[in-house]
Design a protein around this ligand. Sequence first.
Ligand code: ARG
Length: 457
Amino acid sequence: MEKKLWGGRFSEGTDQFVEEFTESVSFDKELALYDIKGSIAHARMLGKQGIIPQEDAEKIIKGLEEIKKEIEEGRFEWKKELEDVHMNIEKALIQKIGDVGGKLHTGRSRNDQVITAFRLYLKEETQNIIELLKELKKALLKKAKETVDIVMPAYTHLQRAQPIRLAHYFLAYLEIYNRDEERFRDTLKRIDQMPLGSGALAGVDFPIDREMTAKELGFSEVMRNSMDATASRDVIIEFLSDAAICISNLSRQSEDLIIWNSTEFSFVELPDKLTTGSSIMPQKKNPDVLELIRGKTGRVYGDLVALLTIVKGLPMAYNRDLQEDKEPVFDAVRTLKGSIIGMTKIIEGMKPKKENMEKAAGGFALATDLANYLVRKGMPFRKAHHVVGQIVAYLTKENRELESITLDELKRFSDLFEEDALNILNPYSVADARKSYGGTAKERVLEQIRYWEERLS
Ligand code: ARG
């Protein structure tokens, strides 16, 4: 049994249940390298400030570097009875270099230590997520460039609405994921603030140099208030909110592609290597990656709600409840990164079925444009809408598509129709008529592509 580093005032050992119930090392060892990084900066600062002798600081740093290597090589033995990652490393240090290792925790508390390591971790993972979102955006841009000349119906209420160029759809998601990236970038500014040097909650009674540790750890700012620094988790909630919003977008796009991949739609072909088969039905090729992105969205929402709930009733300052902030974040990071990678691979590998999309883009998806034809001839839009509605009802009853209508038939509904009305009934020209800024006309789509090419290259 390991002796507790805080065991001085206790006359009996910790109940085994309590040890099991309160330990966090089984999951917070994920922070090990960040914890060591924080400790090395702290030790160097203690030495430089003369708070501990320089040579002690050097011994501590050397010991920590050895421990780091042991962890990286999987040789380090984690012990639950030592509670958390911080205590495991500190105890190993003392065992390695002797009593002088006990000087590391001078002018520091686990309360500022843990959130420093956590912020270092989050900084790195946020940057990783930003990089992955960039790759996804590039994949969307590439797909957009390949699909400018494919029209498809866009949907509202999952009913065919109006024809668009397929590229326009990909560019819509590029905008969406770009905002996700911006949100992470913005949060990164607030993650990038250093709590170290706040002690347990009230600050530190040694002449520490927080600017020095911040510089060494690569933090842009030092947190101004020690209670805030040790007790607040709103920035972590903000990160989880960004993650939840981002995966909601991934989930929504997954749903599109799952539908497009169905036999009924048959708008896309997903590559074999990104789909899975059924153990019973030989014909199946299932879009499991997309389904799991959609499904895992529930986890990330849960992670966000967990942390919101954990903090809601906490008195100032640190409370042990805050140890529960880690697993949701680790889970959200893993889940979101996997989901972005999955979506990127799907976008890169999917093949649109041009003919099917084109075919579906015609028919009643052109009805708005027929109404707008009448508007151009002077009919008020509301009236034109009604007239074309009657045409749709008439053709539907006859089980016919819009393109099959003749000029004579059109004239029965309005004498404003002339020969050129029939030219409208083509999804490409209909899409290209939407030249308003942000619209789906080819020239507008090419403009968007140029915009992103300049930014993503
Ligand atoms: N494992 C703890 C956590 O994650 C570290 C801080 C413990 N502080 C304390 N006063 N018991 O929050």
